[in-house]
Design a protein around this ligand. Structure first.
Ligand code: TYM
Length: 328
C-alpha cells in the first residue's frame, strides 16, 4: 500500500493536458492505496484571481474529480484552504528553502517573465507544494512532467530537515506517466498545453462541447508533409495528436501509425476528435449531474476533516522537532 497525494489548481476548468497527464491516473491509483486528492486554491492565488470565479472553479473542480471516478469512500477529496496545516507547514518549509533555489524554478521564471509586479507567493509556491505532499507521509505523487522540478525541491527540503532533525518526513517519489506527461498546445505544438493560453484554440478544456473539441482539433497546427508518423522533433503537431489519440482510444502509437500512415490529415483529425469526445462525454455527463447537488459539500466537509486529522499530526511532529511553541 502506498500513500498518494496530488493536487490541481482551480484556476480554470481543467484541460485535456491536466486530464491526460495527471487526473486520468488518479482513480486508477485508488485500488489498494491511501489517496489524497486536493483542490489547491491557495496555490491559485499566487496570481490574481476574480474571487467569485475562484469560488465557482473550486466547486467545478470538485465535481470534475468525482466525475472522472474519484470515489470519496476510497480517497480523501478536499480543499487546501480548509486544512490550515498546509499554510502552517508551508511557512515552516519556506524558512528552510533558499531564495536562490526558488528563483531557479522554471515555473517561477515563466510566470514572472515580463511582469512588473510579481507576488511573493509566486516565488514561495514550491515550499507550499512541498507541505501539501509531506503532511500526508506521501510515497508517490502522480503529476505531469512540468512538476518534476517542484518534486525534486520537495525531496530536497524533506531530506534537509531529516538530516537536521531525524526522520521527520517520508521522502516522496514522483510518478510521471510514460505517455501524456506533456500534452502540447494545439496551435504551437512546441509549447505545453496550458489553462492560461491567450489563444482559445490552443487548449481543449474537459467541459468543451463536441463542436468546440472538433473545431479545435481540426484547426490544430501540423506540417506540410502529409504523412502520419511519430517524430517529436520534425512533426511535433502530428506527434501530439498521436499521443492524444493513443491515450483516448487505448491503441498504441505503433498501431495508429500503421493504420493512418497513408491517410490524409483530414480523416486522421476527424478520428482524433471523435476519440477525445468519446473520452470526455461520460465525464461531462457525470459532472452535470453532480455540480448542483449538496452531496458535493458533504464530501468536501468529510474530506477536509479526514485530511486535517492526518495533517495535524505531521505538523505537531515538525513543530516539536524544530522547537516551536510548547510541545514537549
Ligand atoms: P496544475 O494545476 O498546473 O496542473 C495539474 C496537473 O496537470 C499536469 N499538467 C499537464 N500534464 C500533461 N500535459 C500538460 N500540458 C499539462 N499541464 C498540466 C500538471 O503536471 C499537474 O500534475 N503545482 C501543481 C499543483 C499542486 C500539486 C501539489 C501537485 C500543488 N500542490 C502537490 C501535486 C502535489 C500545478 O500547478 O498543477
Amino acid at each position: 500500500m502506498s500513500i498518494i497525494f496530488s493536487g490541481v489548481q482551480p484556476t480554470s476548468t481543467p484541460t485535456l493536458g491536466n486530464y491526460l497527464g495527471a487526473i486520468r491516473n488518479f482513480p486508477e491509483l485508488q485500488e489498494g492505496n491511501e489517496c489524497y486528492y486536493c483542490i489547491v486554491d491557495q496555490h491559485a492565488i499566487t496570481v490574481p484571481q476574480d474571487s467569485q470565479l475562484l469560488h465557482e472553479r473550486i466547486r467545478k473542480l470538485a465535481a470534475i474529480y468525482l466525475a472522472v471516478g474519484i470515489d470519496p469512500n476510497q480517497s480523501t477529496l478536499f480543499i487546501q484552504s480548509e486544512v490550515p496545516a498546509h499554510a502552517q507547514l508551508g511557512w515552516i518549509l519556506q524558512c528552510y528553502c533558499y531564495i536562490g533555489e526558488l528563483e531557479r524554478m522554471t515555473q517561477f521564471k515563466d510566470k514572472s517573465k515580463g511582469k512588473d509586479a510579481v507576488s511573493t507567493g509566486l516565488l514561495t509556491y514550491p515550499p507550499l507544494m512541498a507541505a501539501d505532499i509531506l503532511l500526508y507521509n506521501t510515497n508517490l505523487v502522480p503529476v505531469g512532467a512540468d512538476q518534476k522540478q517542484h518534486l525534486e525541491l520537495t525531496r530536497n527540503v524533506a531530506e534537509r530537515l531529516n538530516n537536521k532533525y531525524g526522520e521527520l518526513f517520508t521522502v516522496p517519489e514522483v510518478f510521471i506517466p510514460p505517455v501524456g506527461a506533456r500534452i502540447m498546445s494545439l496551435v504551437e505544438p512546441t509549447k505545453k498545453m496550458s489553462k492560461s493560453d491567450d489563444n482559445q484554440k490552443a487548449t481543449i478544456f474537459i467541459l468543451d462541447s463536441e463542436k468546440d473539441i472538433t473545431k479545435k482539433i481540426k484547426s490544430a497546427t501540423t506540417d506540410s508533409d502529409q504523412s502520419i508518423y511519430y517524430d517529436k522533433e520534425q512533426k511535433p503537431g502530428i506527434s501530439n495528436l498521436l499521443d492524444i489519440y493513443s491515450l483516448c482510444s487505448g491503441k498504441s502509437i505503433k498501431d495508429l501509425e500503421n493504420e493512418y500512415r497513408d491517410q490524409g490529415y483530414g480523416s486522421f483529425k476527424t478520428d482524433v476528435a471523435e476519440a477525445v469526445v468519446n473520452t470526455l462525454k461520460p465525464i461531462q455527463e457525470k459532472y452535470y449531474n453532480l455540480i448542483e447537488t449538496n452531496q458535493l459539500d458533504e464530501i468536501l466537509d468529510d474530506g477536509a476533516s479526514k485530511a486535517q486529522s492526518v495533517a495535524v499530526k505531521t505538523l505537531a511532529r515538525v513543530e516539536k522537532a524544530i522547537g516551536l511553541g510548547r510541545h514537549s
